[in-house]
Design a binder for this molecule. Structure first.
Ligand code: SAH
Length: 373
């Protein structure tokens, strides 16, 4: 499908384009129960709620007009009150390795990104949970550009649908990772609504939620009957360094974070992934590998080492040599931890991890790297 065709999926013939002032309710993102409530007055038969649900989340329609299981008259009546709000795909860039980066423009003009990464027979879709991010992690380009707003459930689901609409015949099967822009656990309600819908057709084992470690969010997650896999952005195994790299650690220090994680019940064979960006001369020393191994419970954990993606806004933070990366990994393994090194994908279109930014925004304008190390 060409870029032009993809960008048109939000439009339709009879549905007026939605503007900010439009107070029609968007159906995308509503659960079956909620659809039942809001549509009750407008539908003649109860089973039509299920028709709408299936059209939204199985056929992935981009407008009310596409719900052809409903009559034209009914669609027109519904269009007076409702809309299927599908963020516009403003641009799509494919990198040499097949990674596709999508830039979406939301109804209020905010922009977010999602990345579609081919991975053998499967594809991994990296989605955003917020437009921007308030956490200001030192190594992350998204954080450098400042806080934005929470995405609605429909805006999260729409990223998945947009990518799925783009055919990739060489892949079957989708993994979903919440590792795009934003901190998912600071948008817990909308995230839960989106996940409940997505988990009806994508196994929780295929979904990973990555968090900087928002303790109350983790405590809430631990009580959900169904939740995705967990990845924790750790990046340092001691509080002073983690405070510097990730200011959120001052609010939720390692002891509290590890205690909250210990209370999360895991399925058989499930492990929590700990993401650890390796930054040259900052957190990649042998003693730091030892400290990491001492912090993590080996039987419940696995470590994903991520050589830093450098960026001009990150100042002089650099990626360690491959030898240092391997030495760090091997030391963790010698302490009994499962440890892998993440391959870089999508570098040439700025789609790699921590490189997601909203180009229309001005940076928050603080800091070059001022790590006192
Ligand atoms: N707020 C959530 C989700 C954002 S994804 C969280 O913190 O987990 C965050 C992940 O992006 C990090 O764990 C890391 O895997 C990756 N990342 C961020 N900045 C990066 C950088 N400069 N280089 C490599 N990976 C980076």
């Amino acid at each position: 499908m060409s870029q032009a065709e993809v960008s048109q999926t939000g439009g339709s013939q009879t549905e007026a384009p939605r503007t900010v002032a439009d107070d029609r309710l968007s159906l995308l993102g509503l659960s079956r129960a909620r659809l039942g409530e809001v549509l009750a007055l407008h539908l003649d038969r109860a089973f039509r709620v299920d028709q709408v649900y299936r059209a939204l989340y199985e056929q992935k329609v981009a407008s009310l007009d596409e719900i052809t299981t409903l009559s034209k008259e009914l669609r027109a009546r519904l269009a007076e009150h409702f809309v299927v709000d599908t963020p516009e795909v403003e641009s799509e860039h494919e990198s040499a390795d097949g990674t596709v980066k999508y830039l979406f423009r939301l109804r209020d003009g905010a922009t977010i990104e999602a990345v579609d990464i081919p991975d053998g027979e499967r594809r991994t879709l990296c989605v955003s949970s917020q437009a921007g991010c308030a956490l200001a992690c030192r190594f992350c380009v998204t954080g450098f550009w400042g806080a934005g707003r929470n995405l609605e459930a429909g805006e999260i689901i729409a990223q998945v649908h947009a990518a799925e609409r783009r055919p990739r015949p060489e892949t079957h099967g989708l993994n979903l990772v919440f590792m795009g822009m934003g901190e998912p656990l600071l948008n817990l309600e909308n995230l839960r609504d989106a996940l409940e819908i997505l988990m009806e057709r994508i196994s929780w084992r295929r979904i990973t939620l990555s968090t900087a470690g928002i303790v109350p969010g983790l405590e809430a997650l631990a009580t959900w009957p169904r939740r995705p896999r967990l990845a924790i952005s750790l990046h340092a195994a001691d509080d002073p360094l983690r405070d510097e790299l990730m200011p959120i650690n001052r609010k939720y220090p390692l002891r509290e974070l590890m205690a909250a994680l210990a209370a999360v019940p895991l399925a058989p064979k499930e492990r929590i992934t700990f993401e650890y960006i390796l930054i040259d001369g900052v957190n990649d020393a042998p003693e730091q590998a030892e400290a990491l191994a001492a912090l993590l419970p080996a039987e419940r954990s696995k470590v994903n080492l991520i050589p830093l993606n450098p960026d001009p806004v990150l100042g002089d933070l650099a990626r360690p040599s491959a030898t240092r990366v391997d030495a760090f990994r091997d030391r963790l393994r010698s302490r009994g931890l499962l440890a892998t090194v993440r391959r870089q994908r999508g570098d040439d279109v700025s789609a790699a991890c921590g490189q997601l930014r909203a180009p229309s925004r001005a940076p928050r304008g603080f800091r070059r790297s001022n790590l006192s190390l």
